[in-house]
Design a protein around this ligand. Structure first.
Ligand code: GLU
Length: 415
């Protein structure tokens, strides 16, 4: 298989929309370069007493619309290239739902399943300490991503607050409720996936009770999306995690799967569905398919066999440009990541706003505002797609790029 950088693939999507917007070469040059990339060592002591060194990253891609915003990922596959692509996507994601933020992302190359809670805390505090000068509520606001939890955000917030000698909840979002988190933040990304999917299903004439849903990934995005689809009367026919996929034609009980995962740590041994491979899940019978794991879930080979009519990208970058071309040719509708999974960062925005006010909303208020932000912009994207004869992905990039370019032109380049 060809080894192209994740950032390279991300730029291919950007260029398609930039062509449609007839964006000039200078603007393209600016927008295809990250503002700042930082790499640093994270030395820490194992519980055994041994010293270890991991690598940490933070990429602040763009600040035109406001402070940089984006999660922190703890995963063995984290590289500068991946973090840059994810920061690039955050820029468009925040713009597409009209949040007053730029884009950023961070990560540590590590396998958290091999780390104790104390080790994780030491790594997080050292990671946060390295970033003290360049993060802050008006600079750059991290959040959870793959393998980072509200607890990790609490350690980050505490470390930062100790350094600046002031309580600073607004430096990160996705915190526990007790220390300035927002109601509804944990479920927000999954909720957003469901909101976008149901709106598109209505557009396609697919009733929730008729829809068979398959979800790849059972982390923070996949499991809450599954639960909310189920609440809306949809049938979840397949779920998966690193241990494989589980298929049940008559529907999986999501609470049973969540309970199993809480007890065992993974879906291994889950009896609510027939075991199959992740590839079989992606290409198996369903109407709506939600990739909610990592990048590059769809290759040209799997894309050619997908049976779903609608793909809703819960993960960031699950579709390679080649696979995307196949979906387009086959008439499969794709709600792109920057729109479909924007629910998380939207409630992060609400959390940041609530922290600044020191006044907290009821969950119903959070959910209502979330739906409004997502549907207003999804419908705008749909209108652009129709007008331009473009895919929803290109339309989403078009809307986002246009917003960032307007901000950039108003501010000008400081020299
Ligand atoms: N990590 C999430 C994302 O990829 C959330 C980012 C945030 O809330 O800042 O959208």
């Amino acid at each position: 298989m060809r080894e192209v950088s994740v950032f390279g693939d991300a730029i291919a999507y950007f260029n398609e929309a930039a062509d449609l917007l007839e964006l000039d070469a200078g603007m393209r040059r600016i927008l295809t370069h990250p503002s700042r990339q930082i790499i640093f060592s994270i030395p820490f002591q194992r519980d055994s007493g041994e010293f270890e060194v991991y690598t940490g990253y933070r990429v602040q891609y763009n600040f035109a619309r406001g402070p940089a915003k984006g999660g922190i990922r703890y995963h063995p596959g984290v590289t500068l290239d991946e973090v840059t692509a994810l920061a690039f996507w955050m820029t468009w994601k925040c713009a597409v739902v009209d949040l007053p933020f730029g884009g950023a992302k961070g990560g540590v190359t590590c396998d958290p399943s091999t780390l104790s809670s104390n080790e994780l805390e030491r790594i997080t505090r050292r990671y946060a300490a390295e970033l003290v000068e360049i993060v802050g509520p008006d600079k750059d606001v991290p959040a959870p991503d793959v393998n980072t939890t509200p607890q990790v955000m609490a350690w980050f917030m505490d470390t930062y607050s100790m350094h600046v000698r002031q309580n600073m909840p607004g430096v990160v979002t996705g915190k526990p409720l007790e220390i300035g988190g927002s109601r509804g933040r944990v479920e927000a990304t999954g909720r957003g996936v469901t909101i976008c999917a149901l709106d598109e299903m209505a557009e396609m004439g697919l009733q929730p009770e008729e829809a068979r849903i398959a979800i790849q990934g059972f982390g923070n995005v996949g499991r809450y999306a599954a639960k909310l689809f189920e609440e809306r009367g949809c049938r979840i026919v397949a779920i998966s995690d690193i241990t494989g996929a589980y298929y049940n034609e008559s529907g999986i009980f999501i609470n049973a799967a969540i309970e199993h995962a809480a007890k065992v740590g993974t879906l291994e041994g889950f009896k609510g569905g027939e075991k199959m491979t992740n590839l079989e899940l992606l290409t198996g019978p369903c109407d709506v398919l939600v990739p909610a794991a990592l990048e590059k879930a769809f290759t040209p080979e799997s894309a050619a066999k997908v049976q779903a009519k609608l793909i809703v990208e819960g993960a960031n970058g699950p579709t390679t440009p080649e696979a995307d071309r196949i979906f387009r040719e086959r008439g499969i509708v794709v709600i792109p990541d920057i729109m479909a999974n924007a629910g998380g960062v939207t409630v992060s925005y609400f959390e940041w706003a609530q922290d600044r006010m020191g006044f907290f909303w009821k969950e119903a208020e959070v959910n209502e505002r979330l739906e409004d932000f997502l549907l207003t912009n999804l419908r705008q994207i749909r209108a652009i797609a129709k007008l331009r004869g473009a895919t929803l992905r290109t339309a989403a990039y078009t809307l986002a790029i246009d917003r960032v370019v307007k901000a950039l032109k108003l501010r000008g380049i400081y020299a």
